[in-house]
Design a protein around this ligand. Sequence first.
Ligand SMILES: CC(=O)N[C@H]1[C@@H](OP(=O)(O)OP(=O)(O)OC[C@H]2O[C@@H](n3ccc(=O)[nH]c3=O)[C@H](O)[C@@H]2O)O[C@H](CO)[C@@H](O)[C@@H]1O
Ligand SMILES: C=C(OP(=O)(O)O)C(=O)O
Length: 420
Amino acid sequence: MEEKIIISGGRPLTGSIRVSGAKNAVLPILAASLLTTTQTRLLDVPDLADVGVICSVLQELGTRIEKTKEELVISIPSLQHIEAPYEYVRKMRASFLVMGPLLAREGRARISLPGGCAIGTRPIDLHLKGFSALGADIRYGSGHIEAVAKELTGADIYLDFPSVGATENIMMAAVLARGQTTIENAAEEPEIVDLANFLNAMGAKIKGAGTKVIRINGVKELTGTTHAVIPDRIEAGTYLVAAAMTRGDVMVENVIADHLKPVVAKLKEAGAEIKEEETHIQVCCNGILKGVDIKTLPYPGFPTDMQAQFMTLMAVAEGTSIITETVFENRFMHVNELKRMGAKIKIEGRTAIVQGVKTLNGAAVKATDLRAGAAMILAGLTATGETEVANIHHIDRGYERLIEKLQGIGANIRRVEVKQ
Ligand SMILES: CC(=O)N[C@H]1[C@@H](OP(=O)(O)OP(=O)(O)OC[C@H]2O[C@@H](n3ccc(=O)[nH]c3=O)[C@H](O)[C@@H]2O)O[C@H](CO)[C@@H](O)[C@@H]1O
Ligand SMILES: C=C(OP(=O)(O)O)C(=O)O
């Protein structure tokens, strides 16, 4: 049954809101649980559509997953298959993250090619170059890729771009390889550090995660562990923007403030009042928000996953803002939707020029991808009248209990079934 989200905008949000475990941390960690035959327990696993997809991939491969309110327990004594089928890869590109662990554990992995995506072509060449450097033979079939290696051997790998997924996939393959692997120009995102902490707790020897150079000394085997997933910095950032935009006063709880530095810096520059503690951030705004310029970059730069939400904020800020997207080549799909609500935005190549308006007007819009969907919710929260957001399956990929959480801080928002 298709659903929509309906928002009556214009209410300042007040109160406190709790952030869930990070989608982009839990997905590689779940994939990494394939690296051991013993049990893994994960805490703070968010209840998200994407988590459901990766769990289905793991189950397809032969794992047993038990889920309670508190934890997710994964047991994988032996694997039945080495293939992540198209049915899942098509729904979620991160399914590709099982390739490194499968190759390391089974010496063979077969993955359906993910194809294009709403935000860009998103090739996987850097993942494959890494696997080749570790000694894998890469074979292209119709609609799939297979990697085969009798034994993986440590290597020096330089990434042309600090790709998050390639860094994670190579790291997961290298932990069981013979000898030392060095990944240079590695991604430095907090989710890479969380994955490395999880792997090290299983017995891996990884140093330098969170810097540009990661060194991995291969070990013979890994043992299951218990790990709590880090809080979602993008979910947190989305709520910070919601509070500022609606001229509210909100305490965002369960954050690692350090991970939100680039987002908080821009919110302050725009005029929001922010008090940061290690695990919570309070945002308050009762004055005018000013336009600020933003350029997305790999961490610790401004995250591309916050670009659409910030554009919505800039759409109602005073003055002109220049937003440059350098990470993905097609991540401006939300612009046309925002324009439907009265935003004044012009795109020139990879740059969006946003001329702030006084208010947005409620309208029927659609989520074109996950963060574009979040941007529509934010627009609806501040717009006059009613906003109806369609294609909300994109939003369900990455925001746990979004409606309940926003209702908890005073938003007039609900989910309705669409009659066919
Ligand atoms: C599940 C997950 O963690 N998703 C995040 C991850 O995606 P993901 O891991 O896919 O993002 P990458 O860092 O790999 O991609 C960044 C750029 O590198 C390019 N590229 C990537 C790999 C490759 O082999 N070749 C190549 O050219 C991509 O097309 C893109 O333009 O990091 C992105 C960048 O912070 C975030 O937006 C996503 O939310
Ligand atoms: C782009 C995102 O996710 P994915 O890489 O899973 O598509 C995102 O979380 O904004």
